[in-house]
Design a protein around this ligand. Sequence first.
Ligand SMILES: [Zn+2]
Length: 339
Amino acid sequence: MSVIPSDAKMGSTNLACRHCDTSLDLLEMRVIEAENISPNALFQCPYCTSCYYPEIGLLHTLRGDGQIEKEYFGYPVSLGGTQKRDLNHVTVGEHRPVKMHSLEPGYEYNSIYLLGGHRDGVDEEDWLPFDLAGTQTQATLGEDALISLLRTGPTEIAINATLREDRKSSFPIDLGDQLEVVYHATTQLEDATNPPWIDLLQEAQEAIRNGNTLAALPVLRSAVDNCLIRQMYIYLIWDGHTHESAQQWIDNLEDGYDPNRITIAKSGLKEITGERLTDGSYATLWDDFSQVVNERDSIIHSETSSELAHLDQSTAIEFYNTTVSLLVAAYDLFGFHNP
Ligand SMILES: [Zn+2]
C-alpha cells in the first residue's frame, strides 16, 4: 500500500486506476521506479493494490467521466506524464534561460507551447495583439515583437523576445521592456517506456505543433493499428491467455493477413463484446476516423496532381482529436473501465 499519507497530494499524473478510479499522484512517483513503467509490466496501484497495465491507466484517464469525444490535443500521453502552465518574464532584446525548478525528479520536458504574452504593468485592455506565428512556439506581439520558446535541454527552456530591425518607432514596445510570457508544458518520465501507439501520438502532436501537418496523418493511422491490437492483447491476457495464445488468437482473426485496426474493430471486438467499433454505438466516430485515413490517402497518392495538398493546422488538430476519441471508444467497448 501507499507509504504517502492519503491527504497529501501534489498533482495528478495521467495514469488512473481502473479499479478504484484514483489518479496516480506525483508524490507517489517519488517512490516508484520509473523504469518499471513499461508496456508489458503490470503496475500496482498504490491506493488499492490491484494491478493494471500502464497504458490502460492512461486510457482510463482519457476516458474520464465517460465523455468520449473531446479535446485531447495538448494533453500529455507519455506514461506517467503531467502538464503544467507557467509564466515567466523576459526583457525585449534578450533571451532568458529558465530552469524548471518545479519539475519533479525523473521528469523532463516533452513539449511546450505559448499561450500568451504582454508587456508588464500594462492594463489588459491595452495589451497588444498576440498571434501564434505558424508554430505553437513562436508568436508575434503587436507588429514588431517576436516571442519564441525553445527547449534547450531536458529540463530547461529559453524564452526569447526580439524586435523587428526595420520597425518605425520605439512605441508601443521597445528594447528593454519587460514582457510576461505564459506557456503550457507537458512533462514525461525520462526512464519510462511507452508502447508504440503513445510514441506515435507524441510524434503526431509534435508534427502538428510545428506546422508539419501532413507528416502527422500516417502516424495517426499507425497509432490506431497498434493501440487497438494492444487493447485486444491486454484483454486476452486478462481473460487468462498466455502471451503466445493471445498473439495466436489475434493472428487467427483474419486468415492470411497481418492483423490491423480493422481486424480488431470488426472481428475482434464483435467476438468478445458482440459489438463492433465500425457499426455499433461508435459508427459515426469510425466514419470520422475513416476520413482521416482517406485524407491521408488522397494527399499522399498525388500521382496525378500538380501540387501537394496542404492540411491546415486546425483540421490536423481535429483529426488528432478524432483519432484519440476512437481509441477511447475502443477502451469503452472493451469494458476495461468495469473492473
Ligand atoms: Zn486502485
